[in-house]
Ligand binder design. Structure first.
Ligand code: NAP
Ligand code: MN
Length: 264
């Protein structure tokens, strides 16, 4: 089996990554940065997002494992003092794989070009200058004209990230769905939006169409992109999934409790 390790880059994470690498090589695993079967992320969720995007062209062949060093690590299963246990668990393959839904985003430009992305957490759309004004179509029907700071479209595992800060619901990742939340919408006698987060199932495509301005700041997880001359931004549940290697049960709701409530 081939593995690669992505480190947050700080001293603690690098030392831990080195230790994991030595252990796995001892078990006669091969280190392969280009075509790994398993990718171990050492750091926080940001590190895991980075690893996901690095290997997003071979998601069907890659399983991710998270080790967290200090940061929140919502996606991470292992603590630094457990890595011996983790290496033994990896060596005792086959292990269980769990799959979670992803968000597919297609940005189409007026010139005819397009760019597509997969997000593990979410996509956000903000204007470069002034109020964001967007027509929101759901399954081909105009739903509303949004005016405000921005829009966030998240995956179930991303629902605990930015989406949570926007008052969105936490969605169990066994549900193939995406969630659309508003950032400070303008609501008064003149302008109106639904106000509530919307949860869309598989095949319910959400299309954002610019009303005036055509230049936007679009984020895909930790990446910030500038898109000019945008005709539409299409969001839906992706065909692709992310795979995590699971060695022991770690239910989603326990993950949520550990991350946000703690031992009270
Ligand atoms: P960051 O600024 O370190 O991320 C903010 C926090 O979100 C960190 O504590 C991070 O955990 C945590 N996080 C990331 N994914 C999560 C998830 N799925 N569930 C629960 N918490 C999660 O930047 P980053 O590490 O590069 O992460 C990028 C993400 O930050 C974006 O995808 C977005 O969701 C989030 N974000 C949130 C807000 C907000 O809440 N207002 C604003 C901008 C971006 P670690 O400490 O382990 O990295
Ligand atoms: Mn981070």
């Amino acid at each position: 089996m081939k593995f690669s390790i992505t480190s947050k880059g700080d001293e603690t994470s690098n030392a831990l990554a080195q230790k994991i690498r030595t252990y796995l090589l001892d078990f006669e695993f091969q280190y392969d940065e280009d075509q790994p079967d398993i990718v171990i992320s050492v750091g926080g969720d940001g590190t895991l997002l980075y690893a996901f995007h690095r290997y997003n062209k071979r998601l069907d062949k890659t399983a991710f494992i998270g080790v967290h060093t200090g940061h929140l690590g919502f996606y991470a299963d292992w603590l630094p003092n457990e890595i011996e246990k983790m290496v033994i668990a990896i060596a005792k393959t086959p292990f269980q794989i769990v799959e979670y839904p992803l968000l597919e985003v297609v940005v189409r430009h007026n010139g005819g070009s397009e760019a597509s992305y997969l997000a593990l957490n979410e996509c956000t759309v903000k204007s470069i200058e002034g109020t964001l004004v967007m027509n929101i179509e759901i399954k081909g029907l105009l739903f509303e004209t949004f005016r405000g700071d921005g829009l966030c479209i998240s995956t179930p595992t991303g629902s605990t990230a930015y989406n949570k800060a926007l008052g969105g619901a936490l969605i169990h990742p066994s549900l193939r769905a995406i969630q659309l939340t508003e950032m400070a919408s303008i609501n008064n006698r003149v302008f109106r939006t639904i106000g509530s987060p919307l949860i869309l199932p598989d095949h319910h495509t959400c299309m954002l169409k610019p009303v005036n301005d055509v230049d936007f700041q679009i984020t895909i997880d930790h990446l910030t992109l500038l898109h000019k001359n945008v005709r539409s931004i299409q969001c839906r549940v992706a065909q692709e999934k992310v795979r995590f290697a699971r060695f022991r049960p770690f239910p989603f709701w326990k993950r949520v409790r550990d991350s946000f409530i703690g031992d009270r």
